[in-house]
Design a protein around this ligand. Structure first.
Ligand SMILES: Nc1nc2c(ncn2[C@@H]2O[C@H](COP(=O)(O)OP(=O)(O)OP(=O)(O)O)[C@@H](O)[C@H]2O)c(=O)[nH]1
Ligand SMILES: [Mg+2]
Length: 255
């Protein structure tokens, strides 16, 4: 049981040279300790990150090669735990999230320190239709996996993790499937989930906004991840019970 909430911010980044500085400054207005995980960015972004680190604004964790958003977040969560933090506020580096809502998310974590606090996006007109459709599909599957409405939006990368449970659950996905899978697996592990609305926008390319979401690759990876989770669920609900019942009957029938 966590008595005191000691939060930090974890930002995974892959080539966000024009937005990362602003995101760091905005989150630091609420939480001074910020861990940025560089997931194999190019020279321009590396230079910005080095400047932020040498100014003491961030603790920089550098991955030798690009491993995916999930791999970067996981490294950040483990680094945060090792540094003695109890909670990590995850924020994307592309400027999409409304960092003014950091105190709201943090207040929910302080009120319920064991909970996973998820921001549930309210998009404006800047959101591409294709991303909204993909979201509806993944929410359909997540409702089946975790229970209807338990996780309002499993894809939003703005959330507060209680680090003890977040670093203990087994998550297979390391790319865009990670955010969804860890939320479902934490719910399965009995972690309470709190959903809070937040405004999300797509920053125009002219202002440095960039999406690395791969329409085909990431959607296929997400579909495969739901297939895996559904198999686990079906096994637990049906085959697992059957196997346990047979084992119990066999043991009871022995002299
Ligand atoms: N796509 C991608 N993002 C990464 C990777 N590693 C770290 N990230 C970071 O993860 C965050 C989310 O990435 P985005 O490409 O914006 O993905 P998204 O927000 O799910 O997708 P959009 O809704 O299209 O913006 C950003 O801060 C990225 O810099 C990676 O290998 N691929
Ligand atoms: Mg994004």
């Amino acid at each position: 049981m966590v008595d005191v909430v000691r939060p930090c911010v974890v930002i995974p980044t892959y080539d966000n040279p024009r937005t990362i500085g602003d995101v760091v400054a905005r989150v630091r207005a609420h939480v001074p300790e910020v861990i940025v995980v560089d997931d194999g960015s190019g020279p321009a972004a590396r230079e910005v990150l080095a400047t932020l680190a040498s100014a003491g604004a961030i603790t920089l964790v550098t991955r030798a090669h690009n491993g995916g958003k999930g791999a970067a977040v996981l490294d950040g969560l483990h680094a945060a735990r090792a540094a003695g933090f109890t909670h990590a506020i995850q924020v994307d580096a592309d400027g999409q999230h409304d960092t003014d809502d950091v105190p709201k998310l943090l207040a929910a974590a302080i009120a319920q320190p064991t909970a996973l606090v998820l921001a549930a996006p309210r998009f404006d007109a800047s959101a591409p239709k294709s991303r909204l459709v993909g979201r509806r599909i993944t929410i359909f599957w997540t409702d089946l996996e975790a229970g209807r409405g338990v996780i309002e939006d499993p894809m939003c990368g703005f959330r507060v993790y209680p680090l003890a449970t977040a670093t203990a659950v087994r998550v297979v996905g390391r790319r865009m499937d990670f955010d969804i899978e860890i939320a479902v697996r934490m719910a399965w592990a009995g972690v309470p989930v709190v959903n809070l609305p937040t405004a999300v926008r797509y920053v125009p390319a002219a202002q440095g906004g960039v999406s690395h979401f791969r329409m085909v690759g990431d959607n296929l990876r997400i579909s495969w991840m739901h297939t895996r989770l559904m198999h686990v669920l079906v096994y637990r609900k049906t085959l697992g019970r059957l196997v346990r019942w047979v084992a119990r009957s066999w043991t009871a029938s022995r002299p």
